[in-house]
Design a protein around this ligand. Structure first.
Ligand code: SME
Length: 155
C-alpha cells in the first residue's frame, strides 16, 4: 500500500502563495495522478451556479463527461448528498456514468459549495478506508487553500 501520509504536506508546499484557483486545482490533480498508483483518472467537477450542473474542471486522464447533474452518477450523488462515495465496482452503482471504459472502481470526495474530487481506478475495490481518510484530509486542505485564495484574489 502506498504511504499517503505526505500527500497533504506536498499539496500545502505546492500551492503555497498561489491565488489562481484553476492553477491550484490543475496541480492538485497532477499531484494525485503522480502519487496514487493504479488509477486512470483524477480531477474535479465544479458546481456551476448559473446552470445548476457540475462542470468538468482540471483533471488528469482521458477526456470525460463535461456536465453532470447533482444526484446523477457517482459524482452527482456525492455532491448532492455531501457523502463520500467509495465504490468498489462502478458497474454495480446505479446510474454510474462511464467516461473511461477502463474504470472499475471510483472514489468521490465532496467539496462543499465547490464541487467534487473524483478518482477512478481500473482495479475493483482499489480504494481502502485508509485511502478515503488520506483523501478526505487532502480535500479539506485543498478547500481551505482555495478559500484563502478566493479571499485574496479577484479570480
Ligand atoms: N464516473 C463518474 C463520471 C465522471 S468520470 O469517472 C471522470 C460518475 O459516475 O459520476
Amino acid at each position: 500500500m502506498t504511504d499517503l501520509s505526505l500527500l497533504t504536506d506536498q499539496l500545502t508546499s505546492l500551492l503555497a502563495g498561489e491565488t489562481n484557483r484553476v492553477t491550484m486545482l490543475a496541480n492538485a490533480s497532477a499531484l494525485l495522478n503522480d502519487t496514487l498508483p493504479d488509477i486512470n483518472w483524477a480531477g474535479f467537477y465544479l458546481y456551476n451556479e448559473a446552470t445548476g450542473q457540475l462542470d468538468l474542471g482540471p483533471f488528469q486522464g482521458k477526456v470525460a463527461c463535461m456536465h453532470i447533474a447533482p444526484g446523477q452518477g457517482v459524482c452527482g450523488t456525492a455532491y448532492a448528498t455531501g457523502q463520500i462515495q467509495r465504490v468498489a465496482d462502478v458497474h454495480q452503482f446505479p446510474g454510474h456514468i462511464a467516461c473511461d471504459s477502463a474504470s472499475n472502481a471510483e472514489i468521490v470526495i465532496p467539496l462543499p459549495g465547490l464541487g467534487v474530487l473524483d478518482i477512478d481506478s481500473p482495479t475493483k475495490d482499489r480504494f481502502s478506508a485508509a485511502d478515503e481518510a488520506a483523501l478526505t484530509t487532502f480535500a479539506a486542505t485543498l478547500q481551505h487553500q482555495l478559500d484563502t485564495a478566493a479571499a485574496s484574489s479577484v479570480q
